[in-house]
Structures are given as C-alpha cells and as structure tokens.
Design a protein around this ligand. Structure first.
Ligand SMILES: [Zn+2]
Length: 333
C-alpha cells in the first residue's frame, strides 16, 4: 500500500513543483521588458540606485546628439575593474535589459556572495550606449547631416567603428563613441565586454547558434590582453552553454575602430558577445543568456579563476556556420 501511494504521489509532486515554478527553465525565471524606453530605462536605473542603498551608482557619461543621457551604472568597489557596454547599435537591444538585471542581482541585497563580489570587483556598465539609435530603431547614432566613412548618410555614424585609440575623444566625429572612449580612459578596466546582436546561423552540427563571441583580432594586440580576452571568452561561453545556449566564434574584422579591437590595443581583455536575433519567443532566453555571461565573467574575475583558463580553449570554440534565414540583414560587430 505504502509503495503504491508513493508511486502515485510522484507525478503529482512533479506537477505541483512545476506549477509553482520551482523547476523551470532559466528563461522563464523572470519576465523582463526587452525594450524599455529611454525614460523607462532611466527610471529602472535610478530605482536600482535607491533600492540598493547606493551600491548601484548611476550617472550620465554625457549626452547623445539628440540630448539623451548616456548612462553609466556602476556596482561594486573592488580592485578588479570590468566594463560592460550594451547597445552601441540601437537596434540590438537585448544586452540592455540583461545589464539592468545584472545590476539588480549584484547590487540589491546583502547576501554573502553579493558582499564578496562587490568587495572584489567594480563593474561599470554603459547601459544603452546609443539611446538615439534605440529611439529610431536603427544601428547608427543620430547625425543625419554627416557623411560618415562608417555609417549611413541621412542617419548617422556606426559608433562601433569609431573607437580607434589614435583618435582623441574630442576629435571623434561619432559623439557616443567619444563618450565611451573617455569613460574607458577614466575607468581603466582590465576587462571590457561589448554586447551586440547578430542574425541567425546554424553550426556545422546542425544546431542553431544562439550567440557568438570573439576576442581582438587586430594583429598589434599584445599577447597578454589577447590571452585574457580568450580566457574571458571561454568563461562566457561555458556559462552560456550551461544555460542552454550554443555559442560559436564570431567572424569579425580586424579594424582598430571596432571596440573589441580598440580596447585590446589599449591593453585590456576585450571581448565581443553577439546574441542571435531569434525572434520574440526567444528574447527572454537571450536576455538570461547574456545575464549568465555577465555574472560568470564578474565571478571569474573576482575569484581569479579566469586566470586558470587555458586561452587555447577559445580557439577550439567552433566557427559560426551558415546563415539560417534568406534575409539576414544584420552587419558585423
Ligand atoms: Zn552590433
């Protein structure tokens, strides 16, 4: 009798536990707005500042061409400095809500892990580097009279081609890139991670690539920062794949104006992460995937385990493979 009762109870228990959300995929853990408006984003950041009792510090690093603040939100006060940048391309939004969740999960609360992490690292996030591009739902900043070498006449500059260390921030024609350059120079991060979105691709094994990443590919990046970028890439890839992602290398160019290359040339471990644009039904998953990478990188920098990673593991990450959709309009980095 006992035995039969226990067998009968098991499926009921599973059903109840599932209904309570105790066993749920990470992507269903917390629905977040994938595209908060500029006003809503500011409200969320200042709410975090308040609720974290100042552990999250929010300030503008300057203003976009249309006068919108470009926000830095900083959490932690440890000696290891990490810079995350989201949404340089206005129509690649999902790194931004992931950053808001990261700031909340690290900054709001006082559990031992949070206190330890904040003692080890300082993470600064440029949250939505391109607010004008977000509002116009396009890749570029807003500078319709410009005739950019990189960008589109009538729209503006491609911010992620204007980080060349040889160009001073005050001479930078792409306003928001100049703001990031200056912010980077002030903060001097050991690690920089730049969040973007790409089209849809399939790996050689037939599985969809949910994200791609890459370290600096400019030939003048020194071995130390290159190896650190590869170590950070392996940490990010491992965490994302453990959450159900399928991460590949990203076939990016070696131009020094791309943030990934520029901040590597300046001596930091600089990494690009591209989330695939897999449609509305996968957005919560992609946000949680980016969030997992943010936590993993911060934790591995905090406990030093990033230094134990063999950089050669990055070279073994598979290539991106072929586009899935016939129309795959997104441009690189
Ligand atoms: Zn991009």
């Amino acid at each position: 009798m006992m035995k039969r009762t226990r067998f009968a109870l098991l499926p009921v228990l599973i059903a109840v536990v599932t209904a309570l959300g105790l066993i749920a995929p990470a992507s269903a853990a917390r629905e977040v707005d994938p595209r908060p408006s500029t006003e809503e984003l500011a409200r969320k950041l200042f709410d975090l500042q308040l609720r974290s009792r100042g552990e999250v510090r929010v300030k503008p690093i300057g203003a976009s061409n249309q006068g919108r603040p470009v926000w830095s939100a900083r959490v932690g006060h440890g000696p290891t400095r990490l810079l995350y940048v989201t949404q340089q391309h206005g129509d690649e939004p999902l790194g931004t809500p992931a950053a808001v969740e990261f700031l909340r999960e690290v900054g709001v609360g006082n559990d031992p892990h949070q206190r330890w992490l904040r003692d080890q690292v300082t993470v600064d996030v440029v949250v939505r580097a391109n607010p004008d591009g977000h509002e116009h739902d396009w890749r570029y900043n807003y500078d319709p009279d410009a005739e950019p070498e990189f960008g589109e006449a009538g729209k503006g500059y491609d911010i992620n081609r204007y980080h060349d260390p040889a160009v001073a921030p005050e001479d930078n024609p792409a306003t928001e890139a100049g703001l990031i350059q200056r912010h980077h120079a002030d903060f001097q991060p050991q690690v920089s991670v730049d969040y973007h979105m790409q089209g849809r691709y399939v790996g050689d094994d037939g599985r969809e690539i949910t994200a791609s990443l890459m370290w600096p590919t400019h030939p003048d990046v020194a071995e130390g920062p290159l190896n650190l970028a590869k170590q950070v890439s392996v940490v990010a890839r491992t965490a994302m794949d453990e959450g159900g992602a399928n991460v590949s290398q990203y076939p990016g160019g070696d131009y020094q104006g791309i943030a990934r290359n520029a901040y590597g040339l300046l001596g930091g471990g600089s990494v690009l992460i591209e989330l695939s644009d897999m449609g509305a039904e996968h957005e919560q998953f992609q946000i949680s995937s980016a969030l997992a990478s943010m936590h993993a990188i911060a934790n591995a920098a905090a406990d030093g385990s990033v230094n134990d990673v063999d950089p050669a593991e990055a070279d073994a990450i598979p290539p991106r493979g072929e586009p899935i959709t016939a129309v795959n309009a997104r441009t690189g980095d």
